[in-house]
Design a protein around this ligand. Structure first.
Ligand SMILES: NC(=O)c1ccc[n+]([C@@H]2O[C@H](COP(=O)([O-])OP(=O)(O)OC[C@H]3O[C@@H](n4cnc5c(N)ncnc54)[C@H](OP(=O)(O)O)[C@@H]3O)[C@@H](O)[C@H]2O)c1
Length: 304
């Protein structure tokens, strides 16, 4: 595993996203629970320490499952959760953080993120609440999610200190996040790439005729038109993977974490997927391979 240093702490470049745990929209059923526990155990064994959840995932079930999975091994994880900021006033933030800590069976979060940008409540108020949680030791680092670079910087001004991470969608088919990579690198901040496999599309398993019957039915990347436009990217992933004895998913992850302060948090349904994803940390793409992926992805992202 490779690690980044954030505020002096080691964070794995490949993490584990835990939205799948306990979430109906991912067809969760109780039979998946044992596998979820094994996924977390194996992740920690492989040095994956960045584990991401949110109070909203499975309405708290994801945090509860992680709390169970991390029992006795909490110190091995760099644990991140998120608050759904409908009314992110300091009192609500504190209550939400306490509830998350309770479900996760821990006394501190390594990263606590505002799940999206609430432009109605002033950042000064939101950050006052998070700053107090930090001072009181409930959370180590403040983070945001789905923020623009401009708002990330404003959040820092309001906090009067580093907002350690911004969690944003970033993968070969969506590259808006790249505008913040240089700033993050220069300032020791972390970009956490969510949906780094475009929710599994980049694994090459799916087609217009075979869209999974879950939350992905509502994902525009799984529309007939976009799946067919992604063919060039999928071909490049296959060809490059063949050279390395790697899967498409592994090459897609290696591309996301190829430079700078980016960690990817793929979700996993099985231990095998988790192991495959973790191994992508050690896959280095050549300049030519990166250029081919850049080109294929640019042609997808920019309309013809
Ligand atoms: N902050 C936010 O607003 C936000 C939004 C979305 C997600 N997230 C976070 O980011 C995490 C990851 O995003 P995501 O779950 O949306 O998408 P993702 O990581 O791109 O895709 C996950 C799905 O891809 C498939 N997969 C995973 N590893 C694979 C492998 N090695 N080979 C083949 N298929 C594989 C699995 O589904 P199948 O096996 O069923 O195909 C898995 O459920 C979430 O768990 C969550 O923590 C945050």
């Amino acid at each position: 595993m490779r690690y980044l240093s954030i505020g002096g702490e080691r964070v794995s470049v490949i993490g584990l996203g835990a939205w799948q745990f306990g979430a109906r929209e991912w067809n969760w059923n109780e039979a998946s629970r044992a596998e979820a526990l094994r996924i977390v155990e194996r992740a920690l064994e492989l040095g994956v320490n960045l584990i991401d959840t949110a109070e909203i995932y499975g309405w708290g079930r994801s945090e509860e499952i992680l709390g169970e999975a991390l029992s006795g091994r909490r110190e091995k994880a760099w644990l991140a959760s998120k608050v759904f900021p409908i009314l992110p006033l300091p009192g609500r933030l504190r209550a939400a953080a306490r509830a998350s800590l309770g479900r996760l069976k821990t006394d501190r979060l390594d990263l606590y993120q505002l799940h999206f940008d609430n432009p109605v409540v002033p950042l000064s108020i939101q950050m006052r609440g998070l700053g107090k949680l930090q001072t009181d030791g409930l959370i180590r680092h403040v983070g945001v999610s789905n923020y623009s670079l401009k708002r990330w910087k404003k959040a820092e001004e309001a906090l009067g200190g580093p907002v350690a991470a911004n969690q944003v969608e970033y993968h070969l088919l969506k590259r808006n996040a790249e505008v913040m990579l240089e700033w993050a690198r220069a300032n020791g901040r972390l970009v956490i790439a969510y949906s780094p496999l475009a929710q599994g599309l980049l694994s090459g398993r799916y087609s217009a005729e075979n869209v999974p019957a879950d939350v992905r039915r509502f994902n525009p990347f799984f529309s007939r038109k976009k799946i067919s436009r992604a063919a060039r990217v999928l071909d490049a992933l296959r060809d490059i993977g063949a050279r390395h004895g790697a899967t498409r998913a592994q090459v897609a992850l290696a591309w996301v974490i190829r430079g700078g302060n980016v960690a990817a948090i793929p979700g996993a349904k099985t231990v095998r997927q988790l192991e495959e994803n973790a191994a992508a940390a050690d896959l280095t793409l050549s300049a030519d391979e990166t250029a081919r992926l850049d080109d294929a992805s640019a042609r997808f992202v920019l309309p013809d």
